[in-house]
Write a protein that binds this ligand. Structure first.
Ligand SMILES: Cc1ncc(COP(=O)(O)O)c(C=O)c1O
Length: 437
């Protein structure tokens, strides 16, 4: 008989490694619980989703599709995935949904695999203008060995230059015309561009990783009805679920749908993280109830935050367009390529405000950019509204304009945040309604 060792270890150093991780996890939890999480790609999951992602499903496999599996023991998961596919079709108002992909990047890899072959041409937004690395040769586009041309960019409007981008599509005649960005302030003028793409026989793909929740809530834009054939995205940014991805399509064509499914499994995933899929399904159910209100409030907060930062004296991009129509706001903190964005992000972290530096139009170096990309989706999720956005902007000004001692501001940020510890827009569970750690 094997003796149970409990938590005893013959080698205390190994136990020490585990303790180091446990302590770092607790410390990271504390950082976000007491601070202001303002990274535009992040969010916090509901108590019910927290519970599901740490369930037994974590260790299980279910290759295939519901009721067509390679493993036994999948009956309960079939129920979950079938329900999730139907909910995703309903929430995104579309005839096809695959909910298996493990991230936005994996969704893109799978979609590019399904829609193009090596050597084909693709058009997309350049990373310098806010496109994602998976849209570039260094990422999924290169992995599929696609030939990339990037759209001319309208810096004033922070969107592709419609006429020039349509002309590029007509000239290049790509297999895929890809739209969507990581820096995503305004809806893509998709109708015009999708028309040009369809004219030359391209498939229109829209990467909604950042704005998926806003879209599902009925705001921002409606890509699948504006000409996108396929929409990919993350399930954990403005869509407030666990880490993962979606692939959605407006196509009723079963052969096309099969290609998309096959590109996820067996194309890019074997295990597709069942606990996260189950978490996505609960997040979809919660979204059906609260998503519209959450999306509306998120966008209103972003607009209010942009205006409040400008009123404090910050250089906020796209003033002429009301700063933003998404969850994001962009600020400039110095000369191009000066690293002023990096220094601002560092100072803010000292005051308990977590952000990321970002390249702005004209910056050429990702490690020394001039700007910050800020997101209000997590603050909205814990119940903040317009007046709180003004208070948050004041914290920014105290740190970055008045140069106040960051430890003083951090203490005030902690007090301010202590009033916002309940996760909103979700089904509530007794005793588990706050930050997980
Ligand atoms: C436009 C875009 N696509 C894809 C991704 C990748 O998403 P994930 O982190 O889920 O892989 C991101 C990440 O921020 C993104 O901004």
């Amino acid at each position: 008989m094997v003796e149970s060792r409990g938590d005893w270890s013959a080698n205390p150093q190994n136990r020490g490694f585990a303790d180091t991780v446990l302590e770092a996890v607790a410390s990271s939890g504390q950082l976000y619980r007491e601070g202001l999480g303002m990274i535009a790609s992040e969010n916090i999951v509901s108590p019910m989703v927290q519970k599901i992602v740490s369930s037994d499903l974590h260790g299980r496999y279910a290759e295939g599709l519901p009721n067509k599996r390679y493993y036994q023991g999948c009956g309960d998961f079939d129920t979950i995935e079938e329900l999730g596919i139907n909910l995703a079709k309903e929430v995104f108002n579309t005839p096809f949904a695959n909910i298996q992909s493990t991230s936005g990047t994996v969704s893109n890899i799978a979609a590019l695999k399904a829609l193009a072959k090596p050597g084909d041409k693709i058009t997309a937004v350049s990373t310098a203008d806010g496109g994602h690395i998976s849209h570039a040769r260094m990422g999924a586009v290169g992995l599929r060995d696609l030939n990339l041309s990037t759209y001319p960019w309208d810096e004033e409007r922070m969107e592709p230059d419609v006429d020039a981008a349509a002309a590029l599509i007509r000239e290049v005649e790509p297999t895929i015309a890809l739209f969507g960005q990581s820096v995503f302030l305004f809806p893509t003028p998709l109708k015009e561009l999708a028309d040009a793409a369809h004219e030359v026989g391209a498939t229109v793909m829209y990467d909604g990783a950042h704005v998926l929740g806003l879209i599902a809530g009925g705001y921002f834009q409606d890509p699948l009805r504006e000409g996108a054939d396929v929409m990919t995205g993350s399930s954990h940014k403005t869509f407030p679920g666990p880490q993962g991805g979606f692939i959605l399509s407006s196509s009723e064509d079963e052969k096309f749908q099969r290609r998309l499914n096959n590109a996820v499994f067996p194309g890019t995933c074997s295990s597709y993280h069942l606990h996260h899929v189950a978490g996505k399904v609960v997040a979809l159910a919660e979204f059906k109830e609260y998503g519209e209100e959450l999306s509306k409030n998120t966008i209103e907060n972003a607009k209010a935050f942009g205006a409040a930062l400008a009123a404090e004296g910050f250089d906020v991009l796209a003033e002429g367009r009301g700063y933003t129509e998404s969850h994001q706001v962009l600020t400039r903190h110095g000369e191009l390529d000066s690293g002023a964005g990096a220094r601002a992000a560092d100072k803010l972290e000292q005051a308990g405000i977590i952000t990321n530096m970002n390249m702005l139009p004209g910056d050429t170096k990702a490690m020394t950019p001039s700007g910050l990309r800020l997101g209000v989706q997590e603050l909205t999720r814990v119940g903040m509204g317009r007046s709180e956005m003004e208070e948050v902007a004041r914290f920014y000004a105290r740190v970055l304009i008045s140069g106040e001692d960051t430890s003083n501001v951090k203490a005030e940020v902690r007090d301010f945040k202590s009033e916002f510890q309940t996760i909103r827009y979700c089904f509530n569970e007794e005793g588990a309604n706050g930050y997980p750690f």
